[in-house]
Design a protein around this ligand. Sequence first.
Ligand code: GRF
Length: 205
Amino acid sequence: MRGPVKRLGVLLSGRGSNLQALIDAARRRELGGEIAVVVSNVATAPGLERARQAGIPAVFRDHRGMRREAYDAEIVEILGAHQVDLVCLAGFMRLLSPVFVRAFPGRIINIHPALLPAFPGLDAQRQAWEHGAKVTGATVHLVDEGLDSGPIVAQEAVPVLSGDTPERLAARILEAEHRLYPRAVRLLLEGRCRVEGRRVIVEGE
Ligand code: GRF
């Protein structure tokens, strides 16, 4: 017998194309769980509308004028109220405070548009292009209190082509992200990962 359906909480600030990839994978029953709630710190984030369209509770919480810890505590409460097992950051443009990270130990993941530890931070696709990297890609990693610094769950490489612009490169990386994120979520929800120091050991890999 299978256990109870695992529940995902997705946090975002913008477009939400990765959320869409997760929604689509859940519909195909390839996610290993369901999306219980989507939370955004931006009222107009298109990702919130994608959630509503899919019939998923979509919550806006303004962070402006709030201390980081107080804001994070509110988000933790919302996720708790929806009985979230795993938190997915999908273009959530905020660093998480220790309050948040400790509330979901080893159960928060992020997707980053480069092969970490190369090119952390903002505009990673452009960073790789400007640096002249020949290969970049996408990374799903556990979230700790640093910037894009937690243990790596999964990566997909994307070659940088000679005719690339940062925008064309970013578009190909995004396609890789949409394949990678649902796969990584499934590995985690199915309990096929265990963390040993910096290393995430994936069963069968
Ligand atoms: C993606 O490139 C992701 O890697 C980064 O933020 C972007 C979010 O895009 N963390 P979207 O909102 O999922 O379309």
